[in-house]
Design a protein around this ligand. Sequence first.
Ligand SMILES: Cc1cc2nc3c(=O)[nH]c(=O)nc-3n(C[C@H](O)[C@H](O)[C@H](O)COP(=O)(O)OP(=O)(O)OC[C@H]3O[C@@H](n4cnc5c(N)ncnc54)[C@H](O)[C@@H]3O)c2cc1C
Ligand SMILES: *[C@@H]1O[C@H](CO)[C@@H](O)[C@H](O)[C@H]1NC(C)=O
Ligand SMILES: *[C@@H]1O[C@H](CO)[C@@H](O)[C@H](O)[C@H]1NC(C)=O
Ligand SMILES: *[C@@H]1O[C@H](CO)[C@@H](O)[C@H](O)[C@H]1NC(C)=O
Ligand SMILES: *[C@@H]1O[C@H](CO)[C@@H](O)[C@H](O)[C@H]1NC(C)=O
Ligand SMILES: *[C@@H]1O[C@H](CO)[C@@H](O)[C@H](O)[C@H]1NC(C)=O
Length: 489
Amino acid sequence: MRFIHTPAVLAGLTALPQALSFPGPPHIGFNLDAAQYGQDNIVSVDVAIIGGGSVGTYSAFQLKDAGKKVLVIEKKGRLGGHTETFTDPETGSPIDIGVKLYYNDPIVYNYYKRFNLTTSNINISGGPAPQYIDFRTGKDLQGVPPSNSSALAAALGRYSAVLAKYPQLERGFFLPDPVPEELTMPFGQFVEKYDLGALVQFFFNIAGAFGDILELPTVQQFRAQSLELLATVQDFQTSSVMNNSLLYGRAEAELSASKSLFLNSNVLCTERVSKSGSVKLLVDTPQGRKLVVAKKLLITIPPTPAALKNFDINKEEFDIFSQLKGVGYYTSVIRNAAPPNVQLQNLALTEPYALPPMPGFYTCNPSGVNPALHVCYYGTKLDQILSDDDARAAIIASLKQYQAANGVNLTGPPEFEVFSNHSPYYLMASAEATKEGFYKDMYALQGKRNTFWNGATWRTQDSTACWKFTKDVVVPQVLAGLGAGDVGV
Ligand SMILES: Cc1cc2nc3c(=O)[nH]c(=O)nc-3n(C[C@H](O)[C@H](O)[C@H](O)COP(=O)(O)OP(=O)(O)OC[C@H]3O[C@@H](n4cnc5c(N)ncnc54)[C@H](O)[C@@H]3O)c2cc1C
Ligand SMILES: *[C@@H]1O[C@H](CO)[C@@H](O)[C@H](O)[C@H]1NC(C)=O
Ligand SMILES: *[C@@H]1O[C@H](CO)[C@@H](O)[C@H](O)[C@H]1NC(C)=O
Ligand SMILES: *[C@@H]1O[C@H](CO)[C@@H](O)[C@H](O)[C@H]1NC(C)=O
Ligand SMILES: *[C@@H]1O[C@H](CO)[C@@H](O)[C@H](O)[C@H]1NC(C)=O
Ligand SMILES: *[C@@H]1O[C@H](CO)[C@@H](O)[C@H](O)[C@H]1NC(C)=O
C-alpha cells in the first residue's frame, strides 16, 4: 500500500530475463553428505525458512511460539524485506519508505505486543491536496476538480456487493471452479460492467504499484482491494514511533539469540527429498559454509525460476512459477525533488480515468521530517522491469522536466539519498492461466517434496492479509506436515 497521493523513458526499458529453460539438478558439484561436515557446521531444525521479510519473519515466530525449532535464511544483512526505514541525516528521524500501513486488527496489535511494541492510528486522508502533474510533459495541471466522494462511496458499495459473492477470496486465491468470467475479465471491463469509474483513481493510489490496472484480471484487484482492506482504510495503523523496522530489529535480536538466523547468507543447493527423508541445504554464511538439515522447508521469497535456481526445482514447480509476471517498483528518498511540503501526484487527463501511463511516477510525497526530502514512488507496467541505472536515470529526468516546466527553483538539482528496487513486484498469473486453474495448481504444491510456500505471491502485497494467511492457512499446514513426518513426492 502506498500513502495517498515524461514521456516515459521508454528507451530505458529492458525486458525481464526470458523464462529460463528447465534446469537440471543444481546440487551437482556440492557435497550434501553430513559425514563431510563437522558438528559445528551442521544445523538441524524442524523448519528452515527462506527469506526474512514480512512473511518469513511472521512465519518464523508463529512456528517458534508453537515450540518448533526454526532457522531463517536471509540474503540481506537485515530482516524486513520491503519494510525499509531511512534515517534522515539532518534530524535523525525515521522515514518509512516501504511497508507502513497495517489494518486496525488484533493480529497486528498482538504481533506488535509480542515484541513490546505498539501501533497507532494514521490518517491517510489528512494533509493538503496534492499538486497534479502530468509527468509526460512535467506540467502542473491547474484546476483539477476534487474527487466526488459521494460517487466514490456509491461505487465502493457496488464493488463490495460483487466481492461479497466470493467470501472465500478474503482468505486467499480460493477461486470457484470453474472460475467465473467476471474474475478474469480485464479490470477496465469490470469497471464498465458495474459503473465503477469513480473508484479507479482511489484503487490505483491505494494499491501501491499496480502498473496497468485496467488491463489486469479483475481477480488481482479483488486480491488487493479486499473487503477487509476497504473496511480499515479510514483507520490504518502504523508503528507508534514511526519506525516500522523496529519490530524487525527485535525479531532479529531474538532469533539471533537462539541461533535461529543466518543473515547475509546464500543457499547454494538443496536436496528436498533426501534418503533420510529430511531436507538438506548447503548455505554460505558469514561464519562459513553450513549444512542445514530440516524436517520441512518453507520458501517465502518471490518464486520466480531465477530466484529459485539453487533449489532443485522439478518440472511441475518450474511450469507453474515460470508463468508469473510482475511490475517494476522503485522507491527513493530524493533531495530537491519538489518545493517543501508539496505532494506531486501523476495524472493524465487525456487517458481513461486520468490514469498516468507507466513507466512513470505514482507520487512524490513530502518526507514529513525534512522539508528538503521527498519520498518518491516510480513504477512500470507488467513485465517491464528496469535496471537500477535506468530507473534512477528516468526518475531524475522526470523530476528535472517537471521543475523546468514549472520554473521550480530549489537549492540544487534532484539527487538520491537512497534508492530501492522492489521489482519484480506483485507477481501474478494471466487471465488465461487463472481460468485454467493456475492458482489451484500453485496451492496444490503445498507440502509436496517436504516444501511449503508463502509470501506475497501466495496472497497479496499486504502484510496484514499475509499474516492472516500465514496463521490460518500455511502454518497449520506446516504443523500438520511436521506431525505426519510425511515425505511426499
Ligand atoms: C514500497 C512498498 C510499500 C509497501 N507498503 C505496504 C504497506 O504500507 N502495508 C502493507 O501491508 N504492505 C505494503 N507493501 C507490501 C509488502 O510487500 C508486503 O506487505 C510484504 O512485505 C510482503 O512480504 P514478503 O515476505 O512476501 O516479501 P518481502 O518483504 O520482500 O520479503 C522477502 C525476503 O526474502 C529475501 N530474499 C529474496 N531472495 C532470497 C534468497 N534467494 N535467499 C534468501 N533470502 C532471499 C529478501 O531479501 C526479503 O527480505 C509495500 C511494498 C513496497 C515495495
Ligand atoms: C529504526 O529501527 C531500526 C531497527 O531497530 C534501527 O536500526 C534504526 O536505527 C531505527 N531508525 C531510527 C531513525 O530510529
Ligand atoms: C518484553 O518485555 C518483557 C517485560 O519487560 C520482557 O520480559 C521480554 O523479554 C520483552 N520481550 C521482547 C521481545 O523484547
Ligand atoms: C482524516 O483527515 C481528513 C482530512 O483532513 C478528515 O476529513 C477526517 O475526518 C480525518 N479522519 C479521522 C479519522 O481523523
Ligand atoms: C457526484 O456524484 C453524484 C453521483 O453519485 C452526482 O449526483 C453529483 O452531481 C456529483 N457531484 C459533482 C459535484 O459532480
Ligand atoms: C534560482 O535561485 C538562485 C539562488 O537563489 C538564483 O540565483 C537564480 O537566479 C534563480 N533562478 C531562477 C530562474 O529564478
